[in-house]
Design a binder for this molecule. Structure first.
Ligand code: HEC
Length: 101
């Protein structure tokens, strides 16, 4: 019984991006990124990050901005706090396609 439960939990968590990390990153996006980009990501000090703003950009370009920041602007680099996988997930989340590969 116990083994089946553990196996089922693993099956739910493993395929895409670990559910727990997804939840942490989603919270980070609205709380930390939102402190500059607006709590609903409509823009503030930082530019709006709504799906329509992100759609023209590639996942790679958005992830690079997250990891390296924008030198000369308040957009800070997140490398060290976020892995490349984390940044790619956030980029897909911003584009409205969190489950895309
Ligand atoms: C200290 C304020 C600040 C924080 C915190 C911050 N940003 Fe930014 N961000 C900015 C500013 C300002 C810009 C616009 C830079 C420019 O003028 O090119 C920007 C630009 C961006 C862009 C490029 C948008 C575009 O249209 O090209 C992305 C993507 C982005 N930020 C994502 C994030 C994410 C994700 C986080 C959290 C992990 C985050 N930012 C946290 C200030 C911030």
């Amino acid at each position: 019984m116990h083994k089946i439960l553990v196996a089922a939990l693993l099956l739910v968590a493993l395929p895409a991006f670990a559910a727990e990390r997804r939840a942490e990153l989603t919270r980070l996006l609205y709380e930390d990124c939102g402190s500059c980009h607006g709590l609903t990501l409509k823009g503030g000090l930082g530019s709006p990050l709504l799906p329509e703003n992100m759609q023209p950009l590639s996942t790679e370009a958005i992830a690079a901005t997250i990891l390296d920041g924008r030198p000369g602007t308040p957009m800070p680099p997140w490398r060290g706090m976020l892995s490349e996988d984390d940044a790619a997930f956030l980029a897909r989340l911003l584009k409205g396609e969190p489950d895309a590969r």
